[in-house]
Ligand binder design. Structure first.
Ligand code: NAP
Length: 279
């Protein structure tokens, strides 16, 4: 499954929409100097610039207090030129991530991490849903992979990937199993999967003998080593799976494209072109 090609198409379609809206503003907040987070922020800004989104790059030193981070988020909430706000995670340990997410105005919450948006997803009334889970569903749709009635297994239960993608698969009528670090006999579950999503962060955790013949396998993992980027899925899985997302070039570019799409969606909500359910 070629995420790079689909992402390029989405980005080019967005350009016209953004021009029609008369511009869209996306603010990112990076606290500290985590090297992987810096790369993600750079990629997000580059992609935003290319489609004509005004990207605001807010950076705070790692020792910034929680109150100061909350204050910056509150300022961005008030800033009318900002349609979407993304706080890059992980935040330094002394900052309560959940409290920061709760401070973002739900209508600007492009990562879908405010409890309001997460709750809407839980109820099956999607508002803003994180870019990675949305990107995964778009890829499955692009390759016409039947989700309704399929057995989907999601390995990983993070708030940013595992749980929301499991919810989206459930709403698309898959029968969903969520696995995690305490799952006993992981292969027993993965072997049953028509659709297998690996979002763990362990190189090659999913080997060919854990995958059903003909399955669609989505590798979300991004593991950086001196030899390059590797996913959670062993390349040998390509011999068994009917579909497999490469790393790099699979979910990664889709995440960026869908983040831009979420910023446009937030702009539509804010301008009343789409109804944001508030009461
Ligand atoms: P995370 O918050 O660290 O969550 C990892 C999940 O994997 C946890 O739920 C953990 O279980 C589970 N896990 C750990 N070891 C396991 C094992 N041996 N068997 C089964 N489950 C296990 O990570 P994340 O933020 O979801 O990210 C996961 C990976 O995706 C990372 O490599 C990250 O870099 C990558 N990622 C990629 C994109 C993209 O755009 N491609 C976007 C986001 C993340 P517990 O809950 O029990 O601890």
């Amino acid at each position: 499954m070629d995420g790079a090609a689909l992402a390029a198409r989405i980005r080019s379609e967005l350009k016209d929409e953004i021009a029609e809206l008369g511009g869209v503003g996306l603010a990112t907040v990076l606290v500290g100097d985590d090297p992987a987070s810096e790369i993600y922020i750079r990629l997000k800004h580059k992609a935003a610039d290319e489609v004509g989104i005004r990207a605001l790059d807010k950076r705070l030193p790692g020792e910034t207090s929680e109150e100061d981070v909350l204050e910056l988020v509150a300022e961005l909430n008030e800033d009318d030129s900002v349609d979407g706000i993304l706080v890059q995670t992980p935040l330094p340990e002394h900052i309560d991530e959940a409290r920061v997410m709760r401070t973002i105005e739900p209508i600007k919450d492009v990562d879908g991490l405010h409890p309001y948006n997460a709750g809407q997803l839980f109820f099956g009334r999607q508002t803003l849903v994180g870019a990675t889970p949305v990107g995964i569903m778009r890829l499955l749709g692009e390759y016409q992979i039947a989700v309704a009635g399929a057995r989907a297994v999601v390995v990983g239960r993070s708030l940013i990937v595992g749980r929301p993608v499991a919810m989206l698969l459930l709403h698309a009528n898959a029968t969903v199993t969520i696995c995690h670090s305490r799952t006993d006999d992981l292969a027993r579950h993965t072997l049953d999967a028509d659709i297998l999503v690996a979002a763990v962060g362990q190189i090659g955790l999913i080997s060919a003998d854990m995958v059903k013949q003909g399955a669609a396998v989505v590798d979300v993992g991004i593991n950086r080593t001196e030899e390059g980027l590797f996913g959670d899925v062993d390349p040998g899985v390509a011999d068994v799976a009917a579909f497999l997302t490469p790393v790099p070039g699979g979910v990664g570019p889709m995440t960026i494209a869908c983040l831009l799409e979420n910023a446009v969606r937030a702009a539509r909500y804010r301008r009343g072109a789409l109804a944001f359910p508030r009461s």
